[in-house]
Design a protein around this ligand. Structure first.
Ligand code: SAM
Length: 258
């Protein structure tokens, strides 16, 4: 029986063979490598990934699709199916604490929280290749000074080098999403580019700063920092949050927890 795409799981299945080949060629999995695919769906990427001989783990939330994958890959020793929610998943448990590569045409309806969750695993991840909305990839790779710069840019760039690779049009999927898509590569830093003394404090600061992007830092950060503390970090309290880079947010956050 044919599977009916479930909107609540962000199901837009890749159908364009040339796009599928291009993605898998870009990932270039090797035999024996540990690869975790989030949201394998109807196995568009999974089949060529499995053909590489990689030690492939699949994580799918949709029980019907997971059951089909179990049958489809039953005779493939290098493929293991896991049923579960990637947002809550302990990736270390799936991969037994071994370093792994992450791949996925991600469900767009949960892309931002899912990115924040996978970034937590950067210490174990060798690299990540994701399909996402083009607008999200722009935010991940943005530079300070523009509208795209925000918390997602800060967290992605604190953890990883972010490289947008190529765009994918809606016609490459069924059903077609309403937006353009892009493939992005994330490679975790060996050493973080800046020192953040307290990640919770950094999160609080950046969430507060970007919750009112049009306000000056003096106003939006009133509950967290006075103007003199902002100045002590070498930052103009009259600036707006998008003017501050990762190093400046880190400096201010460190100063606040000192
Ligand atoms: N990889 C397939 C492809 O490229 O055609 C499907 C991609 S589709 C955009 C997203 C997939 O992620 C679906 O199979 C969906 O069921 C699955 N998914 C959605 N939410 C998930 C979650 N929280 N955890 C794991 N998988 C999820």
């Amino acid at each position: 029986m044919q599977h009916r795409a479930r909107k609540r799981f962000g199901q837009n299945f890749l159908t364009d063979g040339s796009v599928i080949s291009r993605i898998v060629d870009t990932v270039a999995p090797r035999a024996g490598e540990l690869v975790l695919e989030i949201g394998p769906g109807q196995a568009a990427l999974t089949i060529p990934l499995a053909d590489s001989g990689a030690d492939l783990h699949l994580l799918e939330i949709d029980r019907d699709l997971a059951a089909r994958l179990e049958v489809q890959f039953a005779t493939r020793d290098n493929v293991t199916v896991h049923v579960g929610d990637a947002l809550k998943m302990d990736f270390g448990e799936i991969t037994d604490g071994r370093p792994f590569r992450l791949v996925g045409n991600l469900p767009y309806n949960i892309s931002t929280p899912l990115l924040f969750h996978v970034l937590e695993w950067s210490g174990l991840v060798r690299d990540m290749h994701f399909m996402l909305q083009q607008e999200v990839v722009r935010r991940m790779a943005a530079e300070p000074g523009g509208k795209a710069w925000g918390r997602l840019s800060l967290m992605c760039q604190y953890r990883c080098t972010v490289t947008p690779l190529f765009d994918v049009p809606p016609e490459a999927f069924s059903p077609a999403p309403k937006v353009q898509s892009s493939i992005v590569r994330l490679v975790p830093h060996a050493e973080p580019p800046v020192h953040i003394a307290d990640m919770d404090a950094f999160q609080r600061l950046t969430t507060q700063a970007f919750s009112q992007r049009r306000k000056t830092l003096r106003n939006s950060l009133r509950k967290l920092a006075d103007a003199s503390t902002i100045e002590a970090a070498g930052i103009d309290p009259g600036a707006r949050p998008e003017m501050l880079g990762l190093a400046e947010f880190a400096k201010l956050s460190n100063l606040l927890v000192e």
